[in-house]
Design a protein around this ligand. Sequence first.
Ligand code: UDX
Length: 474
Amino acid sequence: MDPPPVPPPHVIIFPLAAQGHVNSMLKLAELLAISGLRITFINSEHIHHRLLRHAHIQAHFAAFPDFRFKIISDGFPIDHPRSPDHFMTTFNYVKSITKQLFEELVSAPDRPVTCIIADGILTFTIDFAGDLGVPVIAFRTISASSFWACFCIPRMIESGDLPLKGDEDMDRDVTSVPGMEDILRCRDLPSFCRVADLSDQLLQYVTTQTLQTTAARALILNTFDQLEGPAISQIRTQFPNLYTIGPLHSHLRSRLSSSSPSPSSASNSLWKVDRSCIAWLDKQPPKSVIYVSFGSITTLNRHDFTEFWYGLVNSGRRFLWVVRPDSLAEGSSGAVPEELKEAAAERGCIVGWAPQEEVLHHGAVAAFLTHSGWNSTLESVVAGKPMVCWPFFADQQVNSRLVSHAWKVGLDMKDVCDREVVERMVNEVMGERQEEFAAAAGDLARRARNAASEGGSSWDNLDRLIEDIRSMKP
Ligand code: UDX
């Protein structure tokens, strides 16, 4: 009699409950599922509900019989409004239930667990899983460069680069982040570093979480070697088991086109996608539109919102702008000036949520005005679109510097919200410097697609990751 077939390795994937994190970890989950791994994806009830409604993920993942969702609470009722202010409450709640959650998953006799791929900021998973004898691989959803900058916070403190000395200090070069000496000024450091007091809770938290990642079995990053070489080589000195497998969305597209059963990747969208903007784009001349979006959590105050409106309208360019229903900070509501509305009706299109990847690949779109979230940055890189960056917080300050200074595919408007600056930068990227930026962005896009195609560095690294998981014993 033949021996019973060996079940595939079973990987638990555990993201932080936020769009940017779930988006990329779901793509990783799908990549692993395509390769025949058994997946359990831990999702918060709130996010899962929205993904079911707007991204139809149930039907999408039904194509993978070994793919399951494990739904958990994030500590709030399902319809409670979420904001970044809830982060610590959710974090602490999830931490409080994780030990029991892992015990339950690990003890299921029909699905022995091979390893856990946990969001790199949920480092408490490493100890809980370790107690059960299950290895954890950390996945950071931010850029390698910002991860490395966070990793170097203790060095920056030791060398005197931190704390920052105030506004007059912001253009000073940072010398204590190895590999990035030619790139980072104080103003380009992750936003957590902008504190006068080194005992600041968030700074402490980010530093601790980042250093604790070294306790994981390995580290996965959504980037590729040619994009962030200097930071990646430095990270390798601390994390010998490093898998750079991005850009994940491009990688997923390459693997889907060479496999079955899934015909296309899921949208992973938490909002209702308004496709009317594609019909609008179809009617615009080639390379005539600037696409504007500030991601899924950024909010603007009334002053910046108005200033930005004027800058965009005064540029005279056509624009497609995503204004989420919750884009304005609380208490900032008020009428948009009539003259702006008229201009918007003439040459603009405003939607609550766009199919961003599709928009960025549209021939009418010439450039992207972005908050420099890492997913948006990678999506723009793959689509070959120059960027105007207006970073808000976290890793975005680093990413926007990469765009303007390392890759030279756009401009960084960091720390300024002035209608004249917005107008000037939009016109530079859409006008006088369009060819220069478009050529550099086209070159970067080719490298990105090569990295994530068969034989490319990210493709090979994912194969290596899968082999390494297969060699682990459940
Ligand atoms: C957050 C942080 O802001 C970011 O800095 C960090 O790197 C990840 O976590 P978010 O603000 O949502 O993420 O930005 P980003 O990482 O760019 O992700 C936004 C995602 O939403 C992108 O995948 C983008 O395609 C998608 N999106 C955005 C849409 O699909 N439609 C839209 O209209 C706007």
